[in-house]
Design a protein around this ligand. Structure first.
Ligand code: BDR
Ligand code: CA
Length: 313
């Protein structure tokens, strides 16, 4: 598995889920921009891996901004949700190692050729790195086993504009290239991730382990839960957006799905809307498997088993 993430708080939980899952070999983490800038996402990934005792996983820097802009600034709203440092203002030691010199896109291409159908890619940030890799080497679309991404929404409003979810919104053009490629894509959108919620009764269990990892993760995620209390009081907890994508990549039976040909709207008015293609609704072999519903109880139980087990080591 390769994770491609903009390491904020739910991305950090996605890393924990991937390293804790017994059947996953996490071969690398690519850093993206969004919740924080790309270099900070790389540093956060190194810090989280070190906290979890997994310094064997290499971290690569991806692109710093979308193809349609010449720079990227963290939106004030992202800094509010994930904290200015992306991990809830929690201080973690400076990492003892550095990011790799190879670029994120080149790492994805190399891994696609090496692992082929065994490779599972889980992007939980913008799709800029994957689109770049596809442009550099289109053959990877039919090599990579599967791409399970957190982004978009089929049936609920977006969280940035009424039609746009944050990850897709960062680079709608890249997202459209990915969605309309020959990749085997599963979309885990806001429809389902807003139904898997974590509360302080779960983070309390981590705190009570009295390990550094348990206490630090409880501090990081409590920050996120406190933000949700203000921004989404109707939800009673924080959404497990990114770790749900990792869970579905490992065990697709957590969700029910619909196979449908989709694209990403790049028009100014509807920018970043993920939508079914009316002209291709009846075509065979649709390009995207979209998650529709999730077995919250079973997922949350697995999430807690994996993360609690990891934090108590
Ligand atoms: C997505 O946006 C980011 O802020 C989160 O980490 C998640 O990947 C949710 O829209
Ligand atoms: Ca993310």
């Amino acid at each position: 598995m390769i994770l491609d993430l903009d390491t904020g708080i739910d991305d950090a939980m996605a890393i924990a889920y991937a390293v804790a899952a017994p059947d996953v070999d996490l071969i690398g983490i690519v850093s993206s921009y969004g919740n924080v800038l790309t270099p900070d996402a790389g540093t956060n990934s190194l810090k989280i891996l070190e906290l979890l005792g997994h310094t064997d996983v290499p971290v690569f820097l991806g692109e710093q901004h979308s193809q349609t802009t010449d720079h990227f600034d963290v939106m004030p709203i992202s800094a509010q949700i994930h904290g200015k440092n992306g991990i809830g203002e929690v201080e973690l030691p400076k990492p003892s190692r550095q990011v790799e010199s190879q670029s994120g896109a080149d790492f994805i291409i190399e891994a696609a050729h090496k692992y082929q159908s065994d490779l599972v890619l889980v992007p939980t940030g913008p799709l800029t790195n994957l689109a770049l890799a596809l442009r550099k080497d289109p053959s990877i679309a039919e090599l990579i086993g599967s791409v399970t991404l957190m982004g978009g929404a089929l049936t609920v409003p977006g969280n940035v504009t009424p039609v746009a979810e944050a990850n897709i919104n960062q680079d709608a053009f890249a997202a459209n290239e990915v969605f309309t490629s020959k990749l085997n894509i599963t979309m885990v959108g806001l429809d389902v991730t807003l139904r898997t919620l974590l509360t302080k009764s779960e983070t309390k269990q981590w705190r009570e382990l009295k390990t550094v990892a348990g206490e630090k993760f409880a501090d990081i995620v409590d920050y996120y839960i406190d933000v949700y209390k203000v921004t989404s009081p109707h939800l009673h907890g924080c959404a497990l957006h990114d770790p749900l994508a990792v869970g579905v990549a490992i065990d697709p039976s957590f969700v029910t799905t619909l196979d449908i040909n989709m694209f990403v709207d790049t028009s100014k008015e509807m920018r970043a809307r993920t939508i079914g293609d009316p002209a291709r609704l009846t075509e065979e072999n649709p390009n995207v498997t979209v998650a529709l519903t999730v077995d919250q109880d079973r997922y949350l139980a697995e999430f807690m088993t994996l993360l609690t087990g990891l934090f108590q080591q």
